[in-house]
Design a protein around this ligand. Structure first.
Ligand code: GDD
Ligand code: MG
Length: 359
């Protein structure tokens, strides 16, 4: 796919990931301690797409501070910043000045090991002007429903249909290949939706617009449940990513430098421990646990299926299971966090407290 450029839509508010996204925008939430967009850049680079434009709107400087110019990942990264959110198609249009030819567009929250080169080959073989990656899901009402004709041409695009409108299980997986001239169909400088305006417009104009159904791994990380699921799936090897956890392999885990593990503590893989963590005596960490840099797990604490961001301290004897804990939280000794709990940055849970998720 040499020479192709990519635009990544990274301007949403991430409301369904609150409270995690109050201070950290969704495109850069950590996933096994890498900012999420690193997975997308690694996928693009693996298919030789190294010229990438991030279409940003909400907290743009925070994203820029984390992602920089992309050189750490061997790509050239530029930014198209919106003063006001321009919507999904408006965001691509806003980046159009930096785009010269055919472009691959990605929603900035999809985790996938899609074979992009195969998708491009299908696009070319069909002489398509637009190709959209489709994936089968159980609940199409949360996504953009796409109906194809027997030749694979898109017949209907229906964003967030009601159950009575569900006629297929294939949905828009948030990866498109578009010919450059189609971007001119998007009005400049005002909000415009890919899903509710641009795609229906392509259909009305009879533009050759095809679906590419692929059984690759696919997940939209945009809710707290799915974000936690993404960790489990990566840890358990359900998708292939060129991006490996940092640090050295230790048993069934990955441990970064400066982390100390007491001799009587137990790591039950798969686990990922960031730099400068401390795991105290008799603690049990894992399976499916990720610790951000600088976390402390107190003596005898048990963590399972839990994702902790940076600098979280867990008191002695605490029990954490199936939960998400943002940075700088303090969990008191013997507290219990049950599956589904999500704590925002800086939360304090006093000792012996019991915390369960709300509806
Ligand atoms: N630049 C920019 N400007 N980006 C935006 C804007 C905006 O105004 N609004 C949203 N985005 C970005 C988000 O950051 C995200 O990466 C992407 O566009 C999609 O927005 P979501 O809010 O995550 O949409 P969704 O998940 O409800 O639905 C979309 O994705 C589904 C697949 O995950 C749609 O494209 C559906 O059709 C699709 O099935
Ligand atoms: Mg989404």
């Amino acid at each position: 796919m040499k020479g192709l450029q990519a635009v990544i839509l990274a301007g949403g508010f991430g409301t369904r990931l609150r409270p995690l996204t109050l201070h950290r925008p969704k495109p850069v939430v950590p996933l096994l301690n890498h900012p999420f967009l690193h997975y997308q850049l690694a996928l693009l680079a693996a298919h030789e797409v190294r010229d990438v434009i991030l279409s940003v709107s909400h907290l743009p400087e925070t994203i820029r501070a984390v992602m920089g110019d992309g050189s750490a990942l061997g790509v050239r990264l530029r930014y198209a910043v919106e003063d006001e959110p321009l919507g999904t198609a408006g965001g691509v249009r806003n980046a159009a000045d930096l785009v010269e030819g055919r472009v691959v567009v990605l929603n900035g929250d999809v985790l996938t090991d899609l074979d992009l080169s195969r998708m491009l080959a299908a696009h070319e073989a069909r002489r398509a002007r637009a190709t959209i990656y489709l994936t089968p899901v159980e609940n199409p009402t949360a996504y953009g429903l796409v109906e194809l004709d027997p030749e694979g041409r898109v017949r209907r695009f229906l964003e967030k249909p009601g159950w009575d409108e569900v006629t297929a299980n294939t949905v828009n997986a948030g990866v498109y290949i578009l010919e450059r001239e189609l971007l001119e169909l998007v009005p400049k400088g005002r909000p415009y939706s890919m899903e509710r305006e641009f795609f229906p417009d392509l259909l009305a104009r009879g533009v050759p617009f095809f679906g590419h159904v692929d059984p690759a791994y696919w997940l939209d990380i945009g809710t707290t449940e799915k974000y936690l699921q993404a960790h489990r799936d990566l840890l358990e090897g359900r998708l292939r990513s060129p991006l490996r956890p940092r640090g050295r392999a230790l048993g069934e885990g990955w441990v970064e430098p400066g982390t100390s593990i007491a001799e009587s503590a137990r790591l039950v893989g798969p686990v990922v421990l960031g730099a400068g963590c401390r795991v105290e005596a008799e603690a049990r960490v894992g399976p499916a646990v990720v610790l951000g840099a600088g976390c402390v797990v107190g003596a005898g604490a048990h963590l399972e299926g839990a994702v902790l961001w940076e600098s979280v301290s867990v008191g002695a004897g605490a029990r954490l299971s199936g939960c998400l804990v943002a940075r700088d939280c303090r969990i008191g000794a013997h507290a219990r966090l049950t599956p589904g709990v999500v704590l925002g940055e800086g939360s304090v849970v006093t000792e012996h407290s019991r915390v369960a998720p709300g509806p």
